[in-house]
Design a protein around this ligand. Sequence first.
Ligand SMILES: [Mn+2]
Length: 431
Amino acid sequence: MTTLIDAGLVADHNAQLATRLEADYEALGGMLARRGQDIEALTALAQRFAVAVPSWGVGTGGTRFARFAGRGEPRNVFEKLDDCAVINELTRATPAVSPHFPWDRPTDAKELRQKADDLGLAFDAVNSNTFQDQQNQEHTYKYGSLTANSSATRAQAVKHNIECIELGRELGSKALTVWVGDGANFPGQHNLRGALERYLDSMREIYAALPDDWNVFIEHKLFEPAFYATTIADWGTSFACATALGPKAKCLVDLGHHAPNTNIEMIVARLAQFGKLGGFHFNDSKYGDDDLDSGSINPFQLFLVFNELADAALREGPAFKPAYMLDQSHNVTDPVESLMNSAVEVQRAYVQAALVDRAQLAELQESNDVLLSAQALKQAFRTDVSPILAMARVRSGGAADPVACYRASGYRDKVASARPAKAGASSSGIV
Ligand SMILES: [Mn+2]
């Protein structure tokens, strides 16, 4: 197995912070014990947490106005995997990568899987792409892909998705995420109902190609690039389609793909209740599909999502396993740093949600004690679980402070010289 950050450097880094971390951990442990909670159990829980990194997230992102390249950006999927491995080595919370085709299409899938194995990484859901045209593509997606009026275009889009399943199989993935930008920019541009009927017809063909142990995740998004009517715009449409397709079809919740102020945790509760919560694309937003770092704008919302997930896990048992993935665009930060921080922020929300005494909360709700019910959640959210997260990382072989350790490693400088800039090579996307 290859490690990209020197184990001795990580050990020295952790040794330097050990006294401080142990003191903080002991103090937090004492406070939690007075609340009847066992810090060791919470640390073990944190160690089991995992969120997948998007392959496209390690390149610098951009907007429709411009993209400002970063230093040492990965130029191909192998270099993307290296960056993903660094994130996992230091956080020990991101053991899987979610690849995107055709951006990450390998010439040899076996070689790519071996490379991932060697770095201690696995592959999570594969993502198809019919929202842009590829070189030498016969039919354009300008007017839609899975919903296109042209049957030849639809067939091409279906075929691409089936190829993604085949590639995913070779990589050990178990799910396909489908997001389409299909829709209309003008009233009258297309038939609203007809477009969704065509979508379902196309998806039925993709669904039929799924192996027995696979799922397909339907990702909805309110708007962009279709600014008048997006075909799969909301969780209701996603739920209706997943239901129409069958048990292997589930809904994917991207936190940025909702109208402002939407109660996302309630959507999570609904989808979990009806067995259709497939997974997440975690990120944060202020206005729309901003793809900002998880927890950077509204950490309370992230906590409330995990509060619903903790409730669902209690009700559904071990079978309840939604896929956790990050989906972000890092335009002004080092993507490795942003992804490490983001993984930790999602893990933080997961641990904070575990602090809620669910039996006590149920009693407070039962007796209509509104104030103390709300306070029970707030107390968990306000608890700084950073020492638990740091201890979990150290015990799993990661870094007490991943960003500090990463900077000390000089990894970015090393890849900046090893990977000279190559125009248009990053294939960073915002989905
Ligand atoms: Mn997404």
